[in-house]
Design a protein around this ligand. Structure first.
Ligand code: UDP
Ligand code: MG
Length: 333
């Protein structure tokens, strides 16, 4: 089968309202590029009508639209990974299904890639999101700049990005149980670039990120790409130890010079609560790392593919590991 030049990978989770418009706008902007392309829509265990709509989109243009149905909800980045594992193109583009990343902007990424870059990140100009999302995102970007300065990007939350195939294959081979794709790509990019892209408000459907999911997502980025939080805990520990050494010397002198002290219970409580708070925080941060190590060492499949709808081979059942084995076989034969 002839390999396409561009593969577009889109994670889909309960997006029944968006899919038709997405299909129309995406295919018409890709057709305009006059390059061979494929679109891989990864259904991340949608419970709404998305599953049926996706199958219908595949049936409409089977030579262009491939659909991967996952066997449950594995999260946005794992859904994209499942797509990555199956791409055929030389340039791989990711975007969101909800049309917050306008498909009409894809040409900008392709132009940049054609100039020889291996990773092209989009950054959102005039972001249209709720005030608290903008706040979280800004804080997130600032924090990331501090704790993972090796990741040079303006806007890691923008999913409209392009990667050359070798970078995508590297990301797949990492086999990470939790990850953050834009950052992972940056760790391997030799010649990255950025372009400003338009951003639209979500007009159809609802964001599937609530407050807690956003926090987890932020921890994924931090723990996967930086040890700074752990070093920060050690730093606080050392500082407090040194301070308390001085405090002990002071109390000892006071005991000798002024005599025993009976009052000051509330001061003691305040100091205790402060220290207990720090200990719990430290345990929590360590726990975030250990939990991810635990996930990783169990080596369970990161996601399970229930079915792939594509031309010539319209239905398969496999897990992510069996896909790898099958690929190995393909290379051997
Ligand atoms: N998504 C997914 N699995 C999930 C959550 C989201 O595949 O568990 C997809 C979703 O369909 C969309 C993209 O990830 O294409 C971004 O999600 P959303 O628009 O809800 O996030 P936001 O734009 O609010 O960050
Ligand atoms: Mg969105």
């Amino acid at each position: 089968m002839k390999k396409p030049y561009i593969s577009v990978v889109i994670p889909v989770y309960n997006e029944q309202e968006c899919l038709e418009t997405l299909y129309q706008r995406l295919t018409s902007s890709l057709d305009k590029l006059e390059k061979d392309y494929e679109v891989i829509l990864v259904n991340d265990g949608s419970q709404d009508n998305s599953t049926a709509i996706l199958d219908e989109l595949h049936a409409r243009r089977p030579e262009r639209i491939r659909v991967i149905h996952l066997n449950g909800n594995f999260g946005q980045h794992m859904a994209i990974m499942a797509g990555f594992e199956n791409v055929r193109g030389e340039i791989v583009i990711t975007l969101d299904a909800d049309l917050q990343n306008p498909p009409e902007e894809i040409y900008k990424l392709v132009d940049k890639m054609d100039q020889g870059h291996d990773v092209v990140g989009g950054y959102r100009m005039n972001r249209k999101d709720s005030a608290w999302r903008l706040f979280v995102s800004k804080a997130h970007n600032k924090l990331r700049e501090r704790i993972a300065p090796q990741l040079k990007m303006k806007d890691e939350g923008c999913m409209l990005r392009a990667y050359r195939r070798n970078i995508v294959d590297l990301m797949v081979s990492c086999n990470e149980a939790s990850t953050f794709i834009p950052a992972l790509a940056m760790s391997y990019a030799a010649n990255p670039a950025e372009v400003g892209v338009a951003h639209e408000a979500r007009e159809l459907g609802t964001s599937s990120y609530n407050f807690f999911k956003l926090i987890r997502y932020n921890f994924d980025l931090v723990t996967n790409f930086s040890l700074v939080p752990l070093q920060f805990i050690s730093f606080i520990g050392i500082t407090i130890s040194i301070a308390s050494l001085f405090f002990v010397v002071y109390l000892f002198m006071r005991r000798i010079i002024i005599g025993p002290e009976a009052q000051g219970v509330f001061t003691l409580f305040a100091i205790q609560f402060f220290l207990i708070g720090i200990i719990l925080l430290a345990l929590g941060i360590i726990g975030e790392y250990i939990g991810r190590i635990y996930q990783q060492v169990r080596e369970r499949p990161r996601y399970v593919i229930r079915e792939i709808k594509q031309q010539n081979n319209s239905s398969q059942h496999q897990t992510s590991t069996s896909v790898m084995q099958q690929k190995e076989k393909e290379y051997v034969s």
